[in-house]
Design a protein around this ligand. Sequence first.
Ligand SMILES: NC(=O)C1=CN([C@@H]2O[C@H](COP(=O)(O)OP(=O)(O)OC[C@H]3O[C@@H](n4cnc5c(N)ncnc54)[C@H](OP(=O)(O)O)[C@@H]3O)[C@@H](O)[C@H]2O)C=CC1
Ligand SMILES: Cc1cn([C@H]2C[C@H](O)[C@@H](COP(=O)(O)OP(=O)(O)O[C@H]3O[C@@H](C)C(=O)[C@@H](O)[C@H]3O)O2)c(=O)[nH]c1=O
Length: 288
Amino acid sequence: MRMLVFGRNGQVARALQDIGGEGVIALGRDEADLMQAGAARNAITANKPDIIVNASAYTAVDKAETDEAAARRLNMEAPAEMAVAAAEMGVPFIHISTDYVFDGTFEARLDENAAINPLNVYGRTKGDGESAVMNAHPGAVILRTSWVFSEYGGNFVKTMLRLGAERDALTIVADQIGGPTAAADIARAIIAIAGKKHRGAPGAGLYHFQGAPAVSWAGFAEKIFEIAGLSVKVSHIKTEDYPTPATRPLYTVLDCAKVERDFGVAQPDWRTELRRVFAALEKEGQAQ
Ligand SMILES: NC(=O)C1=CN([C@@H]2O[C@H](COP(=O)(O)OP(=O)(O)OC[C@H]3O[C@@H](n4cnc5c(N)ncnc54)[C@H](OP(=O)(O)O)[C@@H]3O)[C@@H](O)[C@H]2O)C=CC1
Ligand SMILES: Cc1cn([C@H]2C[C@H](O)[C@@H](COP(=O)(O)OP(=O)(O)O[C@H]3O[C@@H](C)C(=O)[C@@H](O)[C@H]3O)O2)c(=O)[nH]c1=O
């Protein structure tokens, strides 16, 4: 199975290359600059894949507030172009979306039928991307995930390890509750779904996939410091005491039953991968 992956250097794309092996053909912006209309389509036509995975995105949540055109291009227009090309070729398409499509005001697990209401440009462009992909390719799978971490790129775990090595106390928001999700777990989920779609499995549409147990950013930071053996005091603060350009949702705990039912993909415990990611960073001398 030839799996064409967009976003080569990103967290999920790198995990897909690590876990997926030879069948994964990953393209970076040097091979397909997704800011350019037609680049995605040309890459798909040239590579003749059996399945297409979009792991590229505009993920700088605060920067997106003042860079909406680029966020829209990467999070909506480029995925729509991929979906059109995939549908024309009759090839399955797997796209990744985010918990930030929700407003976080509903304090119960969110299933795939929950209404979206993004609070920021990133979430809005990702939500528009979901609709555009589904309209262009009704057989597509859209995996909504959250709080992605890995040994690669920039993420909350790496930020905490850097700050924790510099300071002995940090203030972290404790009223935003969600689910950290390891890029490696997302990659395994995508590979499992891809195999089934390639063999003609029927599942399509939105799917939630998030690590358990649910936790606040402050609770996540405490676990990171515990695993790293760093003694850092984490002061729990409210969102209003940590002003950021983009508003973030307060409660985005996702109900992940559908992806298990349709594709046999179980919800992972993020703490297992967090230990592995820390060990990998330590080995590279990047842990502190
Ligand atoms: N990070 C997170 O916490 C979460 C992410 N998601 C979603 O998961 C998916 C994967 O995220 P993640 O792996 O963290 O993303 P990253 O930010 O790690 O990677 C995104 C990739 O998109 C690529 N990209 C950006 N601009 C272009 C361009 N013009 N042409 C080609 N490629 C480009 C980047 O390339 P380059 O390396 O060259 O900049 C990068 O490799 C995305 O859909 C994201 O929205 C969902 C929930 C949480
Ligand atoms: C660094 C830092 C952050 N925070 C807060 C700010 C914010 O509310 C929260 C997380 O901050 P970050 O900016 O690292 O995370 P953020 O970029 O908001 O992460 C999001 O990225 C996109 C791509 C997604 O799709 C989401 O699922 C989510 O993972 O932690 C503190 O309270 N104290 C700190 O010292």
